[in-house]
Ligand binder design. Sequence first.
Ligand code: B12
Ligand code: SF4
Length: 488
Amino acid sequence: MRTAFVITPIIERDGDVLRPGYLDKVRSNPHLGPNLLAGILYSYSIDVTVVDLVCNESFDEQIVEQLDQYDVLFFSSNSTNWPGCGLLIRWLKSKKPSAIVILGGIHATLFAEDIIRRYPVDYIVRGEGEKVLMPLLDAIRKGIGFEDVPGLVVKNASGGVIQNPMASLLSPQELDELPLPLYDRLTPGKYRSLTVESSRGCFGNCAFCAIPFKKSWRPMSPERFVDKIELLESARSKTLYRYFTIVDDCFTSDHDRAILISKIISDRGLDFQATFDARVKDLLNEKLVEAIAPFTKGVLIGAESFLPNTLRRIGKYIEPKSIEKCAKTMHEYGIAKDTVFSFIIGFPWESKRDIRENISQIANLVLTWGVQVYLQWHLLTPGSKLWQLALDDGHLQITDIDDVEFITSERWFRASTGLTDEELLDLSDIVFAIKKVMMITSPQGIDSNPITFMLPPHLMKRSERLNTWIEAYERRARPELAAKKWTQ
Ligand code: B12
Ligand code: SF4
């Protein structure tokens, strides 16, 4: 039985053709889930490979030929790559109906019943895949025992849908015992960095987020994590910039553990640089910041907002003042330039005035402490509480997620925010003006382009809107400030 894990990219239209798009154009790091699950099958001597379509330049029906040689195909889905994943499954099954298609990942976990009714998928697995793969392959080989496969969702003979309870979450010890991801199949020179995890789950429960394991955090032991880093040396050398991307939701939440990881890395003299996410609250601990500073290639801090009402409504229990304190600490330990604060503007309840106030505090944070900012418009994440509200109110449907570029569509944006186009353009104008001034004046210690920001995607797509905006912008700003690089 030849098997393969297929990683489908987020796709976008480029004229008449489809290509990997959005964040998958950047190829920051390979997807961990499917590479890890392939590593598990490999450890059981199953004939397995990884077909990573994020590394392809195009996305069309010919891909099916790349998949022709496999009997069992595992697809890994999140909601942003689902349009491509669903399309590919349909192409595949229409050309090769005998191929066995197994779907997993966060999107499949959220929408299993709907997907199995509408797509030619043989089996869907909800939840973590590690404990499921071997029992499922066994049941497929024998043709019996499907009722014992955790998380399995299948159609029965009468067209009904059977859903088994999900597998229990991996314990810290089970995480320690996992084999390495199957990175020896990684194409050299395609990805910037290598993906690793040191823990799973999150302590938080934010309303805009759909991570699968909220309020459940399971750490690997620091020693075992660092062992894995060492064992992945040859895979790391296949990446462009040789750093690691740690995908944990809560890498810094246990301060002593993160400090111990740093100590082991330094005691072993490892050449280790990483990007990771962290929380404002954690980075107020100076001992922690001092310990992680030497290996911090980049840290993304989900500050989300300076607006107390927004912080409360999204369930992010931090004080606006502590965002400031956190930036100050990063500055004092010399890693402000490697620190990116992520902010979200345009939650459905926010007015233009609220957002303007937020933007002014964000600009102040950059100017005072020399940190960077990733400023995003709120876009509903399928599976989050806010998305569920929009669904209940009839602003969206589950089937919207099948559409290529749904995430950048006008419909999706309108359901995600409550602002008019004029308000969106006015606010964008303010942000671009701040960016331009910072780029031109380069205040001491500030990166040349410290704020990453884009126009709302549906306005970027509509050129007549964009032209109106550029004209308005040019009228107001000095010509030399006019938008040459306005999309950055
Ligand atoms: C790392 C990460 C990124 C990175 C890198 C992506 C990458 N190439 O690794 C970056 C920063 C680029 C990113 C970007 C985005 N991300 Co992201 N990201 C994550 C994060 C933090 C970790 C993913 C991960 O590796 N987890 C660890 C692995 C081991 O878990 P896993 O992939 O889920 O796989 C397990 C199971 O799902 C299952 N499984 C997976 N595949 C399969 C297949 C089969 C056959 C089976 C049986 C089982 C199975 O088994 C695996 C092992 O247990 C998650 C949050 C989270 N904790 O999951 C968000 C998350 C996946 N991202 C999310 C979002 C929304 C985005 C963005 C759209 C954000 C944005 N506004 O731009 C973009 C889209 C980019 C993209 N390519 O999809 C959402 C997705 C929600 C959804 N409904 O799909 C999540 C859940 C976070 C959230 N805010 O809710 N992301
Ligand atoms: S946004 Fe961050 S802190 Fe909040 S639940 Fe999601 S991963 Fe956890």
